[in-house]
Design a protein around this ligand. Structure first.
Ligand SMILES: Cc1cc2nc3c(=O)[nH]c(=O)nc-3n(C[C@H](O)[C@H](O)[C@H](O)COP(=O)(O)OP(=O)(O)OC[C@H]3O[C@@H](n4cnc5c(N)ncnc54)[C@H](O)[C@@H]3O)c2cc1C
Length: 468
């Protein structure tokens, strides 16, 4: 009986294990996970901290017992894999009772990503949090509950977040204006904290392009979040406990700081075994996710993928890719070689009542990839003008001037006008490499409650087509 061993029991790892066992029940599938949680949705953690989701268990899609009893997967939680021997084809895991050496025929490294530790003094102070794991989510939720219980929530407060909710605790600082930072300012403001967001550069949400990012920025400022731009944080100052966020320009008192400055692929275990990383710093694989070491695969946040526009390696650590590539590896080891497909860098974010999506290449990246990009952002009605509901929606579209090929774009809207779901046509266009004129002729669905006759994406394509 062949043994398929998986290191890492979340999106990529459990997708692979489940698919392999389903397609080939004769496979012996062994999963090592160093923590106690498997198959959890870290993406839901901001909403758990916010209080919209009541228990961490709700974020788990399949429990360890279900994997073991219903899917016949040998899942070993509390097992930290510390060594891979590619000559002997074994992995060594440490656990409460000692050490296990497990032989494999095929191995998947699905070790995910870890939070970047930025060069900021005071990261080890009490009251400094990150949000990468279930236990991080638990710690933050406990902090929120404690602060609310101890807090001055009855006192009327003039702090800015009080425009969003009537009373305030805190202040608290969020360091990093990426998607986790932007989601977390909502979660904290909704719990009555006065929230300060610190962003090193001049814009939050850089991958979404300036127009979309500025719309999101305006919205979260309107909700009372104090956004500090061009504010590289140098220190989280205080005694044992954090007391202030320090930038070159100012010192802002805080009771708590959440640091969300990005992630880096967890590659050390694989690299020590001779597995090579690519230029992005993540594990390099072929299109079947096999690494340079035969029978060793890598998928998810620890690995590279191929960008659908450039054809180059890209590092886009997001959930769908982890699930898709994990599943593809599972199918491959079960006997059906399966490519997991490329990535377009598609992403979505919501903060308060604003939502945004992006896909493909924006001008800077397009130029770096050798295109001659043109870009336009249009603002249109989101639904038929005469329909009683609706608002506006912004669409950014990027194309190559010479060929007209759609390279990327994004949408932003507020109050339920559906930017994210409307972006799927754009993802199709970017992935298939169609031109703006071809996109403008897409036969998209239309009815007054949903959009305008020319859907906003089609209008953007017409306008950009005219600009060429
Ligand atoms: C707060 C938050 C919000 C997010 N929101 C979104 C979102 O809205 N949309 C989106 O697409 N993505 C989102 N993501 C990213 C998404 O969660 C990841 O892309 C996805 O979880 C990656 O899955 P993975 O299996 O590759 O890695 P992980 O989920 O990181 O899992 C890796 C697992 O490997 C285990 N492990 C590591 N090393 C070892 C070892 N040596 N031995 C044993 N086990 C080991 C770890 O404990 C971990 O459980 C979010 C992430 C966070 C933290």
């Amino acid at each position: 009986m062949d043994t398929f061993v998986v290191v890492g029991g979340d999106a990529a790892g459990m997708s692979a294990a489940s698919k392999a066992k389903r397609d080939d029940p004769s496979l012996d599938v062994v999963v090592f996970e160093r923590g106690e949680w498997v198959s959890y949705g870290a993406c839901g953690l901001p909403y758990y901290v916010k209080g919209e989701i009541q228990s961490l268990e709700e974020l788990v899609s399949v429990t360890p017992e279900q994997f073991r009893e219903e899917r016949d997967i040998d899942l070993r939680t509390g097992h930290d894999v510390v060594d891979i021997d590619t000559d002997e084809q074994t992995v060594t895991a440490t656990h409460a009772d000692g050490e296990t050496v497990q032989p494999y025929d095929r191995l998947l490294v699905a070790t995910g990503a870890a939070a970047v530790e930025p060069p900021i003094e005071g990261l080890d102070r009490e009251g400094v949090y990150t949000l990468g794991s279930m236990s991080d989510g638990n710690d933050l939720r406990e902090y929120v509950a404690r602060a609310r219980a101890e807090g001055d929530l009855e006192q009327p407060d003039e702090g800015p977040a009080c425009q969003y909710l009537k009373s305030c605790a805190g202040p608290v600082g969020v360091v990093g204006g990426g998607y986790i930072g932007v989601e977390m300012v909502e979660a904290l403001a909704a719990n009555s904290f006065e929230v300060h967001l610190f962003q090193r550069g001049e814009r939050i949400l850089k991958p979404f392009g300036p127009d979309i990012a500025d719309t999101v920025l305006e919205h979260i400022r309107d909700q009372g979040v104090v956004v500090h731009l061009d504010a590289a944080v140098t220190e989280l100052a205080g005694g044992d406990t954090v007391g202030a966020v320090v930038t070159e320009a100012e010192r802002v008192p805080v009771d708590m700081a959440l640091v969300g400055t990005g992630v880096r692929p967890r590659t050390a275990l694989a690299e020590a075994a001779g597995v090579e990383c690519g230029e992005t710093g993540a594990i390099a694989t072929d299109s079947y996710r096999e690494t340079n070491v035969p029978d060793v695969y890598a998928a998810g946040d620890c690995a590279e993928a191929t960008h659908v526009v450039t054809g180059d390696p890209a590092y886009v650590p997001l959930a769908l890719t982890a699930n898709r590539h994990g599943r593809a590896v599972g199918a491959t080891v079960a006997g059906t070689p399966t490519e997991g497909g490329g990535v377009a860098g598609t992403a979505a974010v919501k903060s308060f009542d604003v939502e945004a999506s992006r896909t493909g290449l924006f001008p800077e990246a397009a130029e770096a990839a050798g295109f001659d990009p043109i870009s336009r952002t249009i603002t249109t009605k989101s639904r038929a003008g005469y329909y009683p509901e609706g608002g506006k929606i912004d669409v950014t579209l990027v194309a190559d001037r010479g060929t007209g090929r759609v390279l990327g774009g994004g949408l932003v809207s507020a109050y339920g006008e559906g930017a994210v779901h409307r972006s799927h046509a754009l993802v199709g266009a970017v992935t298939e490499g169609v031109t703006v004129d071809e996109l403008a002729n897409y036969d998209l669905a239309y009815a007054p409650p949903f959009n305008t006759t020319w859907d906003p994406v089609l209008t953007a394509a017409k306008v950009l087509g005219g600009d060429r």
